[in-house]
Design a protein around this ligand. Structure first.
Ligand SMILES: [Zn+2]
Length: 200
């Protein structure tokens, strides 16, 4: 399934969005830039991006709508899906924005859950495996804890208190290349091992 961003960019030309949202496009495919004061058009609209020769603003159709309405890119994409009837996949034709949002919330919760579990483990490792002998090679778990705690702590915070845009970006990053799947599986195996050791 294509992401909502990909589906929108592949379906809605920049010019169509510009016209729909009230920009006057001249025969050269240019508009008066909505982002700086001007009398004659200096923003050029291309099929998949725009560029203002006056102020340098540029971006794709989602950036344009986000800027025009001062909304985060994810909302801009949802707006375009609604206004242009973008088909993001068979099952989400009727309620595209709501369905995408539901999937995103699920992904977000899952990332939060896995990161929190990882963070708890790292915090334990940092004290449990702290080197006693300063000359000895430190335990791998201690090293990992020292390297990762700040990053994971930051990401966990971001998922909880970040803006929608930050959360969408963080979730995208975590889901990319199955990162969160791998981490979840690793945590599961570690917990299993711990349980077996406790029994033994
Ligand atoms: Zn401009």
């Amino acid at each position: 399934m294509a992401s909502i961003f990909e589906a929108v960019k592949a379906t809605v030309p920049v010019r169509a969005a510009a016209e729909r949202y009230g920009l006057e496009v001249n025969c050269a495919g240019m508009v008066r830039c909505p982002f700086h004061e001007e009398r004659t058009p200096s923003m050029k609209l291309y099929e998949d991006h725009y560029f203002c020769f006056g102020c340098g603003k540029h971006g794709d159709v989602i950036n344009l709508v986000a800027e025009l309405f001062s909304i985060p890119p994810y909302y801009a994409a949802c707006k375009l899906v609604g206004d242009f009837g973008v088909d993001t996949s068979a099952e989400i034709v009727h309620q595209p924005a709501r369905e995408e949002l539901r999937i995103f919330r699920e992904d977000q919760l899952r990332c939060q859950r896995v990161l929190c579990a990882y963070l708890r483990m790292l915090t334990e490792w940092k004290t449990q495996y702290a080197p006693i002998d300063p000359n000895a090679e430190p335990d791998d778990r201690y090293v990992e804890a020292c390297q990762m705690i700040d990053t994971i702590d930051y990401l966990t915070d971001l998922l909880i208190v970040g803006t929608l845009e930050q959360r969408v970006k963080a979730v995208d990053l975590l889901l990319a290349d199955g990162k969160i799947d791998q981490l979840e599986e690793r945590l599961r195996l570690l917990q299993e091992k711990e349980r077996t050791e406790e029994i033994a």
